[in-house]
Structures are given as C-alpha cells and as structure tokens.
Ligand binder design. Sequence first.
Ligand SMILES: CC(C)(COP(=O)(O)OP(=O)(O)OC[C@H]1O[C@@H](n2cnc3c(N)ncnc32)[C@H](O)[C@@H]1OP(=O)(O)O)[C@@H](O)C(=O)NCCC(=O)NCCS
Length: 193
Amino acid sequence: MSAVLVRSEVPGDREAVNRVVAEAFAHHGLEVVAMVEALNAARRTRASLVAEVDGEVVGHVQLSHSWVDARRKLVDVLVLSPLGVLPSHHGRGIGTTLLAAAVEAARDTGAPAVFLEGSPDFYGARGWSRGSTLGFEPPSVRVPDPAFQVVLFDSHEKWMTGRLVYCDPFWELDCVGLRDPRLAELEARLSTP
Ligand SMILES: CC(C)(COP(=O)(O)OP(=O)(O)OC[C@H]1O[C@@H](n2cnc3c(N)ncnc32)[C@H](O)[C@@H]1OP(=O)(O)O)[C@@H](O)C(=O)NCCC(=O)NCCS
C-alpha cells in the first residue's frame, strides 16, 4: 500500500474531510459532519488531522475542548471525536495511525487528559483506559462505562478527577452517548462475554 501521510487539516481540505466523515459514519454521517462544523464554528476545535494516501484525504480525526468538573475547579481537557476512515481504506492501519497522531497532538497542547466514547476493544488495545477506573465519570448515563475512555498525560495531577463535561455543541446537536434502541443494543453486546 502507498504511504500514509498524517498532517494538520488546512482550509482547502474542508470538503474532503466532510466526505470522509459522511462516508465513514454511514447512516448518521451527516449528523457527525454537522457536529464537526458546530465544533469549528464554536471555536472548540483544538486540532484536526487528516490522513492522506496518494494525495487523497482518506481519514480524519478531531480534538476539541471540554472540561473535567473536579472538586477544586474546572479542568480544561480534550475530547477526541470523531475518528473516521473511508470504508474503502479500512483495515490498513490508517485509523490506528491517526489515533496515535491525535494522542501526540493532544499531549502537545499541554492538556492533562483526552477522552472519547468508543469500542473498548479497539481503543483498549491502543493504550486507552476505562475512565471510571481512574476517577472519571462519563458526561451522561447514556455512555456505557466500558465505552468511556481516557489517556492521561504528564500534566495530569491526582486531584483532576470528576465528571467530563462536554462543550455545548455536543449537547446542542444531541451527540452525547447513544439513545435507545442503539444504547440498549450496545449495552447488551458489551455485557455478553
Ligand atoms: C474505527 C475506524 C476509524 C478504524 O479505522 P481503520 O483504518 O480501519 O483501522 P485500523 O486498520 O488501524 O485497525 C483495524 C481494526 O479496527 C477494528 N475496528 C474497525 N471498526 C471497529 C469498530 N466499530 N469497533 C471496534 N473495532 C473496530 C477492526 O476490527 C480491526 O481490528 P484488528 O486490528 O484487531 O484487526 C474505521 O473503521 C471507521 O472509520 N469506522 C467508522 C467510524 C467509527 O466508528 N469511528 C470510531 C468512532 S468511536
């Protein structure tokens, strides 16, 4: 396979990024595109990276600003969402490469932690931990515990625990966790050994 180049998104990438997001997230792709655009418009985006193969944008990952509501004060943290790769390019390590680059970009911002909602199998195998085991609460009861994941950085201090509070665009577009019947289906899957 041709080499994968990961780089920051530039203004000319917008259309290609929207296409990747829409295709990667299939039936709810347009909702995820709207979320990306809302995060950008609200100036909550802290990094947006693309993966390019042979000059074509085939993957995208975004980091945005949220908070942990710690006892002492609100702590600025990052949320990784969305991560998407064109279906035609799945299974070639592009998602893993983008994820690793996003974690490094998150570390470079000086944030103490980056959170996401996702498959514990996929992310757990790539260095992510279950948030609840490290003193964090998900932003909603509709985020199944195993799906709520975090990577901590050196700037994280012991007191920086508590509930993750997403920035407004996630709530305004109802992009937090899942709703039934998808939530119930996922919970059933996660509880099946
Ligand atoms: C998840 C995604 C980004 C992975 O991209 P990719 O380039 O195919 O990933 P890689 O080639 O690096 O890794 C492939 C692995 O991902 C796993 N994987 C793919 N989709 C997955 C999913 N929805 N849940 C769990 N694992 C998944 C594959 O089974 C494979 O596992 P293996 O390494 O044990 O064989 C891509 O499948 C995608 O865009 N999916 C749709 C959007 C999405 O669900 N994003 C994640 C939101 S949390």
